[in-house]
Design a binder for this molecule. Structure first.
Ligand SMILES: [Mn+2]
Length: 338
């Protein structure tokens, strides 16, 4: 594990052994959590008031950054992705209109409530059980403010578990999930970590937060990945049969009879030729247009989504993959807002 967010935790371990009372630490940690949630709550409230004052929006995408990288099994770089994606969303090299004509400068299409302060929270010695709860609470605070819907910027893929848990709990039932990824992320506990970015969809299925989990782009899957897929009834579409599955995947209808559709996009679902700035380079993936065709043609009420696993430390010097991730966010925002 790299030193990101670790130094402070080591410091606190030392404090523990120096007989600082657990109650003192916990009280302080709870204040930090409250302060973190307060900033998200107040920003969401302001953005919600703004959208409602403008009127006419049934649903509006709201960015929530979750700069978390420590549940990656390989590299930690996704912790640095949210500011790079935001920068690319508003990059002057392109305009602010989505392909089907939505205007991103209109708050009724897209707002931003900022980041969950993941490193600051971990620096106070707060463990992943509580951190995951903070992420879920933050998502719920966005959803409190009708018509805002969470569009989450990762972060590694471990964040999809607390985000989807929150969406399902807040809406009061399971959703259908469209999950684009080179990997099924459904190991029981990868390398012993139940919160691993390779295990998030096992947690989601165990929790009953999804009715259908439809995975596409898959091309790095082990026997356990297939067994777990069967166990949870996952519809796994592998790249090796994509030419056969293309018509189905480009004409999806999801979310009927449940609370809606959640879209989780791992940037490594794309072929590395389109998106080299990821931790796990896996050749043989989707083209950018394949992903947009799947997304644009998807029929269903999209209640939330995430774009995860951009690793800026592996991106080209001109930030090409950040632009790719940003366009996925832009088009997903257009899909959510109405
Ligand atoms: Mn992946």
């Amino acid at each position: 594990m790299s030193t990101i967010g670790r130094r402070g935790i080591h410091y606190l371990h030392k404090l523990n052994s120096a007989n600082v009372s657990a109650a003192l630490l916990e009280k302080g940690q709870n204040r930090v959590i409250d302060a973190s949630l307060t900033l998200i709550r107040e920003r969401a409230k302001l953005k919600g008031e703004l959208v409602r004052a403008l009127g006419g929006a049934v649903a509006s995408a709201s960015l929530l950054g979750v700069p978390l990288g420590h549940n990656s099994s390989f590299l930690q770089g996704p912790a640095f992705a949210p500011p790079r994606i935001r920068e690319a969303i508003w990059c002057d090299s392109t305009n602010s209109t989505t392909e089907e004509g939505k205007e991103l400068n209109d708050p009724r299409v897209l707002t931003d409530v900022g980041d969950v302060p993941v490193q600051e929270i971990r620096d106070c010695g707060i463990d992943d059980d509580r951190l995951m709860n903070v992420i879920s609470e933050s998502v719920k605070l966005v959803m409190e403010e009708e018509p805002l819907r969470p569009l989450v910027l990762g972060g590694d893929h471990s964040i999809s578990f607390p985000v989807i848990r929150a969406v399902s709990e807040k809406l009061g039932g399971p959703v259908d999930i469209l999950h684009l990824d080179a990997h099924p992320d459904i190991y029981d506990a990868f390398e012993g970590n139940k919160y691993s970015h390779a295990s998030s969809f096992a947690r989601i299925m165990e929790g009953g937060y999804a009715r259908r989990l439809l995975q596409a782009g898959i091309r790095s899957i082990t026997a356990e990945g297939r067994e777990q897929g069967k166990r949870f009834g996952v519809e796994q579409f592998e790249m090796r049969t994509f030419s056969k599955d293309r018509h189905f995947l480009e004409n999806l209808k999801l979310g009927e009879g449940v609370k809606g559709v959640y879209v989780s996009i791992d940037v490594d679902s794309l072929d590395p030729a389109f998106a080299p700035g990821v931790s796990h380079i896996e050749p043989g993936g989707l083209s950018f247009r394949d992903v947009l065709n799947i997304l644009h043609n998807l029929q269903g009420n999209v209640v939330g989504g995430d774009v995860v696993e951009l690793n800026p430390q592996r991106d080209t010097v001109d930030g090409m993959t950040a632009m790719v991730a940003a366009k996925l966010v832009r088009e997903l925002a257009a899909k959510i807002s109405k």
